[in-house]
Design a protein around this ligand. Structure first.
Ligand code: ZN
Length: 201
């Protein structure tokens, strides 16, 4: 992996909940490999809670090889929302709100053939402490997967192993230490915990 390429504002229900105008095309930004952590069942993930609200953004994640999708995963694009809000007000880049350690949480990848039926119609779901917080399907996204890759390719070199975070649907909200997280989409099913940074980071 060289980088994680993220789409912002790729689901209209999320653009509405943020009370923002729809851009002409979704926003692009990058998370470095150092922000990445792979989910394992039961893993405990420390986060920097002292820096303001950390919001979950549930996203379908693609793994690419030769600009083709070779794996589908689920991810949390964690965002320091208070920090991001201030940056937006000043018209500054979002980087520091999005690139902290463990801010790109990603499940192991499945092949498209591992999904029963159309993977784009398979609901992807985030539960926090047993409650559904975000739920959608890839078919709701503004750009379809091929359009995303084509669009990204205009601006960034896409290297083998790069990941795409494909944007979040509505329902984003704050997390807290000791929250139990469940990510699911067809054959992808993981449960893990968020913990205090002081315990193990
Ligand atoms: Zn996002």
């Amino acid at each position: 992996m060289d980088k994680i390429i993220c789409l912002g504002k790729n689901y209209s229900d999320h653009i509405k909940e943020m009370k923002e105008a729809a851009p002409e095309k979704p926003v692009l930004f990058i998370k470095p490999e150092s922000s990445f952590i792979e989910v394992k069942e039961g893993i405990k993930i420390p986060l920097p809670w002292h820096r303001g609200e950390i919001h979950h953004e549930l996203e379908v994640v693609f793994k690419l090889y030769k600009k083709n999708i070779i794996g589908i995963g689920l991810g949390l694009d964690l965002t320091l929302r208070d920090v991001q809000k201030k940056l937006k007000e000043h018209g500054h880049p979002w980087e520091i709100a999005k690139t902290f350690k463990n801010s790109a949480i990603v499940t192991p990848f499945k092949a498209i053939r591992d999904f029963e039926g159309d993977w784009k119609q398979t609901p992807f779901i985030l539960k926090v402490n047993g409650q559904i917080k975000q739920q959608s399907t890839m078919s709701q996204s503004i750009l379809d997967p091929n359009q995303m890759i084509h669009y990204i390719d205009e601006y960034f070199p896409i290297l083998d192993g790069d990941l795409i975070f494909t944007g979040t649907p509505s329902g984003v909200g704050p997390l807290k230490p000791d929250d139990e997280i469940e990510l699911s989409m067809g054959p992808i099913q993981y449960k893990f915990k968020l913990v205090d940074k002081t315990r193990g980071c």
